[in-house]
Design a protein around this ligand. Sequence first.
Ligand SMILES: Nc1ncnc2c1ncn2[C@@H]1O[C@H](COP(=O)(O)OP(=O)(O)O)[C@@H](O)[C@H]1O
Ligand SMILES: [Mg+2]
Length: 266
Amino acid sequence: MNTTIASVPTQPQRVSGVQAHDLVRRFGSGDSAVTAIDHVSLHVPPGEFTAIMGPSGSGKSTLMHTLAGLDRPTSGHVEIDGIDLGTLNDDALTRLRRDRVGFVFQSFNLLPTLDVRENVLLPFLLAGKRPSGEDSARADQLIARLGLSERVRHRPAQLSGGQQQRVAIARALVTRPAVVFADEPTGALDSRSSREVLDLLRSMADDQRQSIVMVTHDALAASRADRVIILQDGRIVQQLPRTSAAEISRVMLALEAEGVDAEVAR
Ligand SMILES: Nc1ncnc2c1ncn2[C@@H]1O[C@H](COP(=O)(O)OP(=O)(O)O)[C@@H](O)[C@H]1O
Ligand SMILES: [Mg+2]
């Protein structure tokens, strides 16, 4: 009998990317309690681009905030790069977000007094670090990639909404975060700017092996993802492997029709 194997201590498995185990997030208590996230488990490994879809109020933003460590779950846990967020105090959680997580929100949160380049380099300044030559080169590369090279000295107010969103995306990517969370990143963009943003997110997954989690209402945007997770009432009701925008729209419409039928039967 081989006793060596039995004596090898079991290493806790470190899982890269972002992982949720049996996540629950409840708001309020008693009769007014809302279960925004209802036992969700998922794993987005490095290099995977996942889209989250679902009707308004289905828990998309709450799920994203909880995965990103901006909100604490009621139960269950979240790991980013193998680190259980529940074991971190608020300071450590803030540091982990700063070092390993990138955010793109619907509102761009650009600083009005800084120009494009300064806004992109802001994460380094906030961390109290002077950007290295490599950091600056990466910022310039992202700015060029997003078609903003002619605008580096412009302030946010001198840019269109689409251009401002692209600055916000460059800023989210400049620190090479392990995981990037994007809440409706193309919601306010024209189709050309949308395509540029989606191309960039796609290449962050393919070339930089970053994990991308994107909330979207747009089937065309979701069709660029490796997987589409559909939420309803805080639960994952469907998962689609990479597929066409037409197929994603068809599934979303069918779910909506089911919802209407259930409403009528009530
Ligand atoms: N801070 C909060 N307090 C109370 N209820 C909340 C809060 N945030 C979200 N909810 C509720 O949780 C559910 C999911 O909301 P949300 O995650 O914003 O959905 P989505 O982003 O899919 O529209 C909704 O019923 C919403 O009203
Ligand atoms: Mg939302």
